[in-house]
Structure formats: C-alpha cells, structure tokens
Design a protein. Structure first.
Length: 263
C-alpha cells in the first residue's frame, strides 16, 4: 500500500470512528475482520470494480498494462500453445506475466496480491467464480488391466496439494477399496504415462488421456461421473474489460483443447 503501519492503523481508526463500529479484531494469533468489517469489505470490492469499469468505459485507449496471470501446471502447455498467440494478436499492448502452479497455490497468490487473474479448479467452498470449462474425471487403466477385488488396486498418485488427488483418495477410502501406491509424481503427464504403460490405474481428467492404450475402468466400485470445473478468478482491481476479454478467449481456447482430446 506504500504506507507505514502507523499510517494504516490511524486510517482504520478514523474509519471505525466514522462508522461507529469495530472493523478488526486483534489478538495474539493475528488480525481478522469483524462481521462489520466483512460487510464493509464486500462494498469496497464493489466500489473498486465500479471505479475500474467507469474508467474502462470512458477510456478510448486500447487495453494495455501488465497482467500477472496464473495457469494450473497440468494445463500450462496447452494454453501456451492455444491461448497466448490469440492473446498477443488481440491485445498486443497487454504485458502478460505467466505463473504456473497448483490451483490452490494460485488462489493464495491472488489473495496475497501476487496475481491479477488465475485459472483454478473449482471447489465447494468457493462461489461466484467465472466458469471457463468442465470435463469429466475418469478412473483409467490400460486395455490390459484386469480389475480383481482380491488384489489391491495398483494406484498412481500425484504428490502435491492437488484437488484431483484428494478426490481420488476420498473415493478409494469411502468405498473401502484396498489399494497400493505403486507410482507417484508431481506431474500429471507422468501419471497418465504410468497408466498407459499398464503399470497403474488413476483418476484422470479427460483432457490428459491421450494414449490409445488407455480406457475408462469398468469397475462398479469406482465413480466415473465426477466433473471437474475450471474457473477464472480475478483481483477486484483488474480492469473489467480485460477480465471479460480474457474470459471469452479462455473459453475459446478451452473448447479447442477439449476438441483435440475428443478427436
């Protein structure tokens, strides 16, 4: 904020005096917003969006400026090929900075002010996000794999803070399916390769299944109807024209990527 701690504290104190209520609670664990503070925060975010929209609507200059953009690691290569060329052609004055990481890490980075826009996997606790695309999650194995309840399921597992990893483990545990972790990696492509080689089975997004040797598992214990939602989240200070244009182009890029998978 380019202000000293004392100056910020004084401004908050004046704001509390004007409003006649406490906005923050302080204790030995840190600072958190009160209920009144949460209400004020919601209005402030609307003010920022309206301010940006007003200037955007009146400005005649082309979209320009630096935008820090987050892309999930497992989709980075596809979007570098299908999205960035379109972005460069349509918004040549936009100075994009790209960061690849896990969805949950990207959320934290945006909340900390380190990103302006990010694509993230949807989770139940987060609402009002811009849906970009959906795809099924499927339990997959090679054509040579045989499911037998007498043996533990040979399982390939992502080794990072990953939503798909959590969903897979939750399903195995809820159905009480015995499994053995035979392969792990921080890269989804490696997991898909282990499945294609017949070494393991795993829960995979449809777009990551690109080998003709891989098929959905025919196992009544496993749910192949889960849907992964990929959303876009934005900083409240971002120019609405930029976020709207990016939403449109991201949806188009996602459609092209998924159509390649279908083909």
């Amino acid at each position: 904020m380019h202000r000293s701690h004392a100056a910020v504290s004084m401004q908050i104190k004046r704001l509390e005096e004007q409003l006649g209520c406490q906005l923050m609670q302080r204790n030995n664990q840190g600072i958190r917003l009160t209920e009144s503070g949460e209400i004020l925060m919601g209005y402030c975010e609307q003010f920022l969006k309206l301010n940006a929209a007003t200037f955007g609507a009146l400005a005649e200059t082309p979209l320009a400026g630096k935008v820090r953009f987050g892309i999930p690691t497992d989709y980075a290569q596809d979007f570098l090929q299908d999205f960035l060329p379109v972005l460069a052609a349509e918004m040549p004055n936009l100075d994009a900075r790209i960061v690849c990481d896990r969805s949950r890490n990207l959320r934290q980075m945006l909340a900390a002010g380190q990103l302006d826009i990010a694509i993230v996997a949807g989770e139940e606790q987060y609402r009002d996000e811009q849906l970009i695309w959906t795809e099924r999650l499927q339990w997959c194995g090679s054509y040579g794999h045989q499911c037998t309840e007498s043996k533990p399921l040979p399982f390939a597992l992502l080794e990072e803070n990953c939503i798909v990893r959590d969903l897979a483990l939750q399903q195995l545990q809820a159905c009480q399916i015995p499994y053995e972790r035979v392969f792990s990696s921080t890269v989804l492509e490696n997991i898909a390769a282990a499945v294609a080689a017949g070494f393991a089975v795993s829960l995979l997004p449809e777009s990551s299944v690109r080998s003709s040797t891989v098929k959905p598992l025919d196992d009544p214990r496993l749910d192949n109807n889960q849907v992964l939602k990929m959303n876009m989240i934005c900083s409240s200070a971002i120019d609405p024209r930029i976020s709207q244009r990016l939403t449109e182009r991201l949806r188009e890029a996602a459609s092209r990527i998924l159509s390649k998978t279908d083909g």
